[in-house]
Design a binder for this molecule. Structure first.
Ligand code: NCD
Length: 336
């Protein structure tokens, strides 16, 4: 198996074999992601981190993952601060930046933009979100989290997954369910207002691949279904107006009493983050924070090792991580 030189633009680029390979690699890289072991395998390499849409965790997470492998990171943030605002085409930007860096991560508000960008890039490009399109590395870290929470990759076969919230515009959900479709007999329950349901094309692709897809707007039924419950934020920035988005705010808030009354015992709670903490939103209420099954911050931690795995694999150095490895000389911040 090699991903050397590959772009990761959509879940179409990720076969089951590739997913399992990356999960295994991410697991090996956990001590490095936490700074307990140090590797310099990407010393001298440069990541260009291009974020033309808001981001906190994805941008920092990609950068931290690259740094943990010994590489250096150059960032640009926001269309207004880049030459795209001067009318430069994505094709030219890609040609230029790929002369400066060894790998590029990009987020952009238009569906398909990262794919178009990759066409003229001479180095691997990872899609960190193209509008309401896809977010394949988020899906990989989510699936990696499910494997760690449920105890094995085989738990993904026959998985009962509930996705809740803005399923129309939520690219994290789009990529997640498409990635899980590589496994067997997934039973998906989609909880959303009818106008924010999962796009029909994604539903029918899942059904054609032999999976079961149900839709409801009853959050209790959704909670009763899932071994994993994946909540999402209303993607306000994709709506025609904030007022239209606000109509959906807080429709499916889950708090501890609802979870305890309705969820399958032991159901794992996930969310790509950010949670919308504004009055009346609260997809996953903060009163869930002490709950063992709330996996949202393990998810973000797992994101570092999965992104390290991706960089190591597309740059073809995954077999050389140990060559430069040593124990950390400073006290690790976190326990394993
Ligand atoms: C998601 C995104 O940007 O699509 N965030 C993330 O990358 N973790 C989800 C969201 O913004 O709601």
């Amino acid at each position: 198996m090699t991903l050397r030189g590959a772009h990761i633009l959509s879940t179409d680029d990720l076969s089951r074999e590739r997913i399992e390979y990356l999960i295994q690699l991410a697991e090996q890289l956990v001590p490095y992601s936490q700074g307990i072991r140090i590797t310099r395998v990407l010393e001298g390499a440069i990541l260009a981190n291009l974020f033309f849409e808001p981001s906190t965790r994805s941008r920092i997470s990609f950068g931290a993952a690259f740094n943990r492998l010994g590489g250096a990171v150059r960032d640009t943030v926001g269309i207004g601060m880049s030459s795209i605002a001067k009318g430069e085409s994505l094709r030219d930007t890609a040609r230029v930046i790929s002369g400066y860096a060894d790998v590029i991560v990009m987020r952009h508000p238009e569906v398909g933009s990262v794919k178009a960008f990759a066409e003229t890039s001479r180095v691997p490009v990872l899609n960190s979100g193209d509008g309401a399109g896809e977010h394949p590395t988020q899906a990989l870290l989510d699936v990696f989290t499910m494997v760690r929470e449920l105890g094995s990759v085989t738990a993904l076969d026959g998985l009962r997954l509930t996705v809740i919230g803005d399923l129309k515009y939520g690219r994290a959900v789009h990529s997640l369910v498409r990635l899980l479709a590589r496994f067997d007999r997934v039973h998906l329950m989609c909880v959303a207002d009818p106008e924010l349901q999962l796009p029909p094309a994604i539903c029918s692709a899942l059904r054609q691949a032999g999976h079961k897809v149900d839709q409801t707007s009853d959050v209790r039924a959704g909670l009763a279904h899932g071994d994993v419950v994946y909540a999402t934020r209303v993607q306000e920035e994709r709506f025609a107006s904030p007022a239209e988005a606000k109509r959906h705010r807080g429709r499916f808030s889950i708090d501890r009493s609802l979870y305890e009354a309705s969820a399958k015992p032991g159901a794992v709670l996930m969310h790509p983050l950010p949670r919308d903490a504004r009055e009346g939103a609260q997809e996953l209420s903060t009163d869930l924070d002490g709950l063992e099954q709330l996996a949202i911050f393990r998810q973000t931690d797992n994101g570092i090792s999965m992104r390290m795995a991706l960089f190591a694999a597309v740059l073809g150095v995954e077999d050389r991580v140990e060559e430069t490895a040593r124990e950390s000389t400073w006290v690790a911040r976190r326990e394993l």
